[in-house]
Design a protein around this ligand. Structure first.
Ligand code: GRF
Length: 191
């Protein structure tokens, strides 16, 4: 018998990590398990929607602008996620601060482009690049109400190259994300 494993991916924009996860996990067999990616976005014009469509996958859109508070948006998101009954929820470029309405009901991981606890927040790559540190990196952690603060699942680091530009560094961080996030998901789901 095949065990269906649903992985919900939350994203807000570009969606390159979503696409990478689709390549790794959509309709893929791991022993007696078959994985499926189910994308959800809070932005109706997110580029990731088109990326998913290329693989025949529809994205559920829950536009945060239609909700009057963070809590009411989170309540709707929780309702939709629960109706899917996923094995795991993954935030990959999901640019929302999640309230306890979400974190107390949904076990989810987040991908962050720095070596946490350093460089929390939305400008992690630039701050890491501009810091004196000789390494940058990527963290996958469990989501808690504290922004970028939950228990760490996995990390990887990138050694800085003297003279490289921010864009070159950014690309190397993203390349690392494309291995660290699927590896973390395999570890958590025992695939
Ligand atoms: C990634 O760098 C991720 O670490 C951060 O947002 C970015 C999303 O990129 N949280 P993409 O939308 O997957 O291309």
């Amino acid at each position: 018998m095949v065990n269906k494993i649903k992985i919900v991916v939350l994203f807000s924009g570009n969606g390159s990590n979503l696409e990478n996860l689709i390549k790794h996990f959509h309709c893929k067999r791991f022993g007696d398990k078959e994985t499926q990616i189910i994308p959800i976005t809070n932005r109706p014009n997110a580029k990731g929607i088109e990326r998913a469509k290329k693989y025949g996958i529809n994205t559920t859109i829950i536009d945060h602008k239609e909700f009057e508070s963070r809590e009411s948006f989170d309540a709707e998101l929780v309702k939709v996620i629960k109706s899917i009954e996923p094995s795991l929820v993954v935030a990959a470029g999901f640019m929302r601060i999640l309230t306890p309405v979400f974190t107390e009901q949904i076990r989810a991981i987040n991908l962050h482009p720095s070596l946490l606890p350093l460089f929390k927040g939305a400008n992690a790559i630039e701050e890491s690049f501009n810091s004196q540190m000789r390494v940058g990196g990527v963290t996958v952690h469990w989501i808690t109400p504290e922004l970028d603060g939950g228990e760490i699942v996995e990390q990887g680091c990138v050694k800085k190259i003297r003279g490289e530009t921010l864009e070159e560094f950014r690309q190397r961080i993203h390349d690392l994300e494309y291995t660290i996030l699927p590896a973390s998901i395999k570890y958590i789901l025992n695939l």
